[in-house]
Design a protein around this ligand. Structure first.
Ligand SMILES: Nc1ncnc2c1ncn2[C@@H]1O[C@H](COP(=O)(O)OP(=O)(O)OP(=O)(O)O)[C@@H](O)[C@H]1O
Ligand SMILES: [Mg+2]
Length: 418
């Protein structure tokens, strides 16, 4: 008989097991976050990992994913939490070597090198860990599926079966996911829907700095950024981020400005540099590193139309120093001042920090968390801050220079063209 699709009701499958309940009578599932022991990770997660949750950690090859997760299970095992690290990419001997270096050798930490999902589920039943790392999800395969290891189907199926395991047992599951620059099909994109939390680990390979962010988090906000430093003994907390970002600063050089920015809730001082150079290209080069390229283009247009500072025939390079990534409109003023300073050859005062969003009309606008930004500037020894006009609540020890417009700020900073 020919199968008819979409005609008539589905065949009966027995009575439902689910029961609709008034929401007020439902018991709170209690997403209690337990601290991981790594402060910067707890900051990003809003407290720590939730039991029964599944987290995917994505990042480019060699950025430090295995290091971070081995440290996390090491920290859990140090508190007596039974932990299992499943490596599909490295031998147990290799992982042991890294664990030695990270100081992660504890009785409660178990290791296995395995890629078959049914075998891994068996090991989970044996070890009964409270926290498990799968490094990486791309290496897993389920032999009962016909598709090849690493294929989208395999990755998605293995992940959803691990999610099912996590929910049934209340186990915290951490998955490593590889991302390529192109973002391969079997990469974390397919997985983002099935997991509770997606963490992104990145940084500049040439600097030790690593940034951890959540792009999805079912148990909290995704605004906080974790700052870690890769060292021989593993990833360590950056104790004084502003100090780190300003450590190589050379004063008295044109094209440099310090912005009092915020990343999540954390105030941060970062040096931005600009270089304006004669171009012999038909379309002059625009290069932005660690600052938004669209924002840079906008600022160059505002400089030209509202401040009489023209760079249309020049190459312009702008960057945030030290591998920082500034995603804050409050950095506009510092970027624009750095460009103006580079063009005129006039350095900004070395005790000046800047903060303010620049509007298309050339006006300077208020930014969030201004008091926190200025307190951090004062703490780092800055004596003056160029801020938008309406600024109130000025911390002690800091002279504020209020500017209604970018043009006025350029004059206050003494970097206007003669
Ligand atoms: N002895 C060491 N001292 C300092 N840093 C080291 C040492 N060994 C490794 N590293 C750092 O660790 C990084 C590799 O970390 P890890 O293996 O955790 O990355 P990964 O993201 O898991 O990489 P993959 O994608 O290859 O699995 C290296 O790029 C290096 O920066
Ligand atoms: Mg690895």
């Amino acid at each position: 008989m020919e199968e008819v699709v979409g005609s008539g009701p589905e065949p009966a499958v027995g009575p439902p097991e689910s029961v609709p309940t008034p929401i007020g009578e439902v018991v709170d599932g209690g997403a209690d976050a337990r601290p991981t022991g790594v402060g910067e990770v707890d900051r990003v997660l809003g407290g720590g990992f939730v039991a029964g949750s599944v987290t995917l950690l994505g990042g480019e090859p060699g950025i430090g994913k295995s290091t971070l997760l081995l440290q996390l299970v090491g920290a859990a095992a140090a508190r007596g939490t039974t932990s299992l690290y499943v490596s599909g990419e490295e031998s147990v001997g290799q992982v042991r070597g890294r664990a030695d270096r990270l100081g992660a050798i504890h009785d409660s930490l178990w290791l296995v090198s395995e890629t078959s999902l049914p075998h891994i589920l068996d090991h989970l039943e044996t070890v009964q860990p409270e926290i498990v790392v799968i490094d990486s999800i791309q290496t897993l395969y389920d032999p009962t599926l016909s598709s090849a290891p690493g294929s989208v189907t395999q990755v998605r199926e293995c992940a959803s079966r691990l999610v099912g395991y996590a929910k049934r047992h209340g186990t915290t599951v951490l998955l490593v996911g590889h991302v390529t620059k192109e973002g391969t099909l079997a990469g974390p994109r397919v997985l983002e829907h099935v997991v509770d939390t997606v963490l992104e680990f990145d940084g500049d390979r040439h600097h030790g700095l690593r940034l951890l962010r959540a792009s999805k988090h079912r148990f909290g906000a995704t605004t906080e950024v974790g700052l870690l430093q890769m060292e021989g003994s593993g990833l360590v907390t950056v104790e004084d981020p502003s100090g780190l970002f300003l450590s190589d600063r050379v004063t008295g050089v044109s094209g440099s400005a310090v912005v009092a920015t915020v990343d999540g809730n954390r105030p941060l001082l970062v040096e931005v540099q600009a270089l304006v150079a004669n171009s012999n290209l038909a379309t002059p080069r625009r290069s932005a590193q660690g600052v938004d390229s669209g924002r840079l283009a906008m600022l160059l247009a505002v400089l030209e139309r509202r401040c009489g500072i023209t760079v249309s025939g020049s190459d312009v390079y702008a960057l945030a120093v030290g591998g920082a990534r500034i995603n804050d409109p409050g950095a506009d003023l510092a970027v624009a001042l750095a460009v103006a300073s580079s063009l005129t050859g006039q350095p900004l005062g070395d005790d000046v920090a800047a903060v303010g969003e620049v509007g298309l009309g050339g006006e300077l606008r208020q930014v969030s968390h201004l008091d926190r930004r200025l307190s951090e500037a004062a703490r780092m020894g800055f004596r003056r801050a160029i801020v938008p006009q309406a600024t109130v609540n000025v911390p002690a020890g800091l002279e504020v220079l209020r500017a209604p417009t970018l043009r006025a700020a350029i004059a206050l900073a003494d970097v206007a063209p003669a």
